[in-house]
Design a binder for this molecule. Structure first.
Ligand code: SF4
Length: 335
């Protein structure tokens, strides 16, 4: 199964910036082999390029550059309130890649970073060491595809596989690998592990087509999900973000029917529902330059915690939940 709107990887990154100290890492060499034609520029620190002032995120998104860097501590962070913890106590996330190959209109990353260039931290072993150390004292629920879509990068750097291998060897670790990718084939050879949850973000095709630029179609994602369920993985369905659009009730009803016509509901580990929401500052920043989409034009309210969402957030969530309980038991539905 391949990405439906695949990338010609070799022609993707015209320039690759490499931190001096990243040059000697095997991951660096592995990545560079994919891009013999790219111009290589050695830099002192990735932030010299990534955090440069006066960058244009939208323009960079059309032709992102790659930055290979060595991450310094911290290697993981406490999970934010805005994200679902699925009942897990020690919820953390980690980002060994910053930014994404896809270009969803609603993506918070465009409000978080000033650059659309992609940073890959090549010292993955240091991430494992840091997580391993924490695991000596406590169990952990770790989202490893955060601030990126890790599986979409698997053809460039096999970090999804590396995390699955790492988690498989730990008893008190549970990882979530969230994706919109259909790159399942790239990890299919691995043994499904109790510690690993493969989580697919699903949207109606109308939403995917209109707002999830460069991401695979719903149909392709469903086929990837189906294959993963059949192979015995723990599979999570993420109905998030639920977006408002003309006729959303019919669109989402039909969508859920379609999802469970393809995927056996009894094979699903759990699911979550999340209506579109975003930190106020990021929302303000993004809505100022995303005049090309109607994602940010609907009436919104802001919670005391500074989270923006639709005025009808509760109504929308209840609506989806009502439809979802036809297929999944209540205790498997979060959000
Ligand atoms: S897949 Fe996720 S990280 Fe990538 S652009 Fe879409 S919302 Fe952002």
């Amino acid at each position: 199964m391949r990405e439906s709107k695949g990338y010609s990887l070799q022609s993707k990154f015209s320039h690759i910036y490499i931190e001096q100290k990243a040059l000697s890492y095997p991951v660096t060499r592995h990545i560079l082999e994919h891009f013999p034609r790219s111009v290589k520029v050695v830099i002192q620190h990735y932030k010299d390029v990534f955090n440069r002032p006066h960058q244009n995120f939208r323009r960079q998104k059309d032709s992102p550059k790659l930055i290979l860097a060595v991450k310094e501590e911290p290697f993981f962070y406490q999970g934010p309130e805005i994200c679902e913890d699925f009942g897990n106590k020690n919820f953390y996330y980690t980002s060994c890649i910053l930014n994404c190959l896809y270009d969803c209109h609603y993506c918070y990353l465009q409000g978080l970073y000033t650059s659309a260039n992609i940073v890959i931290f090549v010292n993955i072993e240091d991430f494992f060491k840091a997580v391993g150390k924490l695991l000596e004292h406590e169990s952990l629920y770790l989202c490893v595809s955060y601030d990126t879509d890790l599986l979409a990068f698997e053809g460039i750097v096999p970090y999804a596989s590396r995390w699955i291998d790492f988690a498989s060897s730990k008893q008190n670790l549970s990882i979530e690998l969230r994706t919109r990718s259909v790159n399942y084939e790239a990890i299919r050879g691995l043994k499904p592990a109790e510690q690993v949850i493969l989580a697919w973000s699903l949207s109606p095709q109308e939403v995917a087509q209109r707002y999830e630029s460069l991401a695979p179609s719903l149909e392709a994602r469903l086929l990837a999900v189906k294959a993963a369920v059949e192979d015995g993985w723990k599979v999570r369905l993420c109905f998030e973000p639920i977006l408002k659009m003309q006729g959303w009730q019919e669109i989402y009803s039909e969508f859920l029917n379609n999802v469970f016509a393809t995927i056996p509901a009894e094979g699903i580990f759990d699911a979550n529902i999340g209506v579109f929401r975003m930190n106020r500052e990021q929302f303000k920043r993004i809505s100022r330059f995303r005049m090309d989409t109607d994602v940010f034009v609907y009436p919104m309210m802001c919670s005391e915690e500074g989270i923006m969402s639709y005025v009808e957030e509760k109504e929308m969530k209840d609506f989806i939940r009502q439809k979802l309980v036809r297929y999944l038991p209540e205790h498997k539905i979060y959000g």
